[in-house]
Design a protein around this ligand. Structure first.
Ligand code: GLN
Length: 504
């Protein structure tokens, strides 16, 4: 077998090779490290690389396999982790100067589970500072480039994770999603990303942005890999008081069952104004494809979704302003030296440590929560949140799943929206409602936009805990759009061809 092409394979394919002893975990990790060396100067998906750690973890898996131990299907397959998730002994910056040198003394629960399964850690991926943004340009360190076109953004805030997978630098990655940060970069980079039901995946060790909206989720090159990774990270955790006290279901067994008889609703409000024509066409084609495959597809109107974006931009900054109060230079993180007293030290630390978008959110949130305004802004936004959840609940009395574009546009150019916060905020208009409702949604590639040839993501939304059905529908979309996968493009940093299809 050609070891030079290992980085082009999906995790489930690597899993087979590893189980048959045709390749070692060490060789798999080496292949991805070589690809990182090749692509990283242009893509810049990582903040921190951990090659030595990855190789030592791979060696342990190879030894366990040699001893005949019963291993998890993902054992020995490396993963990249967004730099907002704590890794014991490995710097975790949130792409912020204020945490530039923060080395957590513990693992997030998801990271502990990955370590237990034996997935070597390749490194920590770039992101918008504290996950605030939609392009990864708000990183305090450097932007990340979209492997499809290096002059375009990979989306955000989990843009490093999405670009790493698209460029073949990692087969699997973790992201976090507060308003779309897994799904939108997955769409813009032509990969699969799932935002799980609130409470399905532990948030212990996820640096908080907006605690009532944040969820960690899987990102990968195909639905099967996303399902495999979700199986590792999902399930109750006593360390997170918002973790659902339920056993995680099996995400793999129903994956190939197709969509015959499944009832879908195409969200009318997300198919009109503001949606790029090629995106709308690709989503329409996906809906038609599902209908041909035996699904029932109808149009559904959800008028309250119009208010989801403004409500989110009250609730998320309000929670952020409270969560980010802890970065005061006292216990850890950056401290501005040479101040006369503690108040001056805190002011100077925060002025120096936070970037402009983070400061904007703290100001917005503090204002929305201030005496006299609390009820008018925060109280009203919470009522909109209830309305959105209620409207979804009613829609799911008629249909099982909803469909929309993931992002109104394909990948935009670096710098195009960075001076215009509102244009940037609109990138998440289709993804924010499911965070407000605490419900799951996946983005799966559904072809390329006719005007620019860039990938389009179809968003499939469902009620809480409907991940098995959502993933099954996404898997059917993969079969309908084999043409959505880029052809093999040789070396350089072009996206790796996505294979996928058969079961594990
Ligand atoms: N782009 C949205 C924001 O800036 C969502 C970010 C996220 O999901 N973390 O808040």
């Amino acid at each position: 077998m050609n070891r030079g092409s290992l980085h082009r394979m999906r995790a489930w394919e690597l899993s087979r090779l590893l189980a048959r002893g045709e390749v070692s975990s060490r060789e798999v990790v080496e292949a991805f490290l070589a690809r990182i060396e090749e692509a990283e100067p242009e893509v810049r998906a990582f903040i921190t690389l951990t090659p030595d750690l990855a190789l030592s973890q791979a060696a342990r898996v190879d030894e366990a396999r040699a001893r005949g131990e019963n291993l998890h299907p993902l054992a020995g397959i490396p993963v990249a982790v967004k730099d907002v998730i704590c890794t014991d002994g490995v710097r975790t910056t949130c792409a912020s100067r204020i945490l530039e040198n923060f080395v957590p003394p513990y693992d997030a629960t998801v990271v502990r589970r990955l370590r237990e399964v034996g997935t070597p850690l390749l490194g920590k991926t770039n992101m918008d500072e504290f996950a605030m943004g939609s392009s990864t340009e708000n990183s305090a360190f450097h932007p990340t480039m979209n492997p499809w076109d290096l002059e375009r953004v990979p989306g955000g805030s989990s843009g490093g994770s999405a670009a790493a997978v698209a460029a073949g630098e990692a087969p699997l990655a973790l992201g976090s999603d507060t308003g779309g940060s897994i799904r939108q970069p997955a769409a813009l980079c032509g990969i699969v990303g799932l935002k799980p039901t609130y409470g399905l995946v532990s948030r212990y060790g996820l640096v908080a942005f907006a605690s009532s909206l944040d969820q960690i989720g899987p990102m990968a090159g195909c639905v099967m890999d996303v399902a495999l990774l979700l199986s590792v990270i999902a399930g109750h955790d006593p360390m997170d008081s918002t973790s659902a006290p339920l056993p995680a279901p099996d995400y793999l067994s129903s994956l190939e069952e197709g969509v015959e008889g499944v009832r879908f609703g195409l969200v009318r409000e997300f198919m009109g104004e503001g949606i790029q024509r090629g995106v709308r066409r690709a989503v329409e084609a996906a809906a038609e494809g599902l209908a041909r495959a035996g699904a029932q597809v109808e149009e559904v109107s959800l008028p309250a979704l119009e208010y989801a974006l403004p409500a989110y931009y009250i609730i998320a900054p309000a929670e952020a302003s409270s969560n980010l109060a802890r970065y005061d230079g006292v216990r850890w993180g950056l401290r501005a030296e040479g101040s006369r007293d503690v108040v001056e030290m805190q002011m100077r630390t925060r002025a120096k440590g936070f970037g402009p978008e983070v400061k904007r959110r703290i100001l917005l949130g503090t204002f929305a929560l201030s005496a006299g305004y609390y009820e008018a802004w925060y109280g009203q936004a919470q009522r909109v949140r209830t309305l959105v959840a209620e409207e979804f609940r009613r829609a799911y009395e008629r249909v099982e799943l909803l469909l929309s574009p993931t992002s109104p546009t394909t990948a935009f150019r670096l710098g195009e929206r960075s001076e215009d916060p509102l244009a940037m905020y609109l990138s998440d208009v289709c993804t924010i409602p499911s965070n407000l409702a605490g419900a799951p949604a996946v983005s799966v590639p559904c072809g390329l936009a006719e005007e620019d040839g860039l990938p389009v993501g179809l968003q499939i939304l469902g009620p809480p805990f409907s991940e098995p059905l959502i993933l099954r529908a996404a898997r059917a979309i993969e079969d309908l759009f084999p043409g959505a996968r880029p052809a093999p493009l040789g070396g350089g940093v072009r996206p790796v061809p996505l294979s996928g299809g058969e079961g594990v």
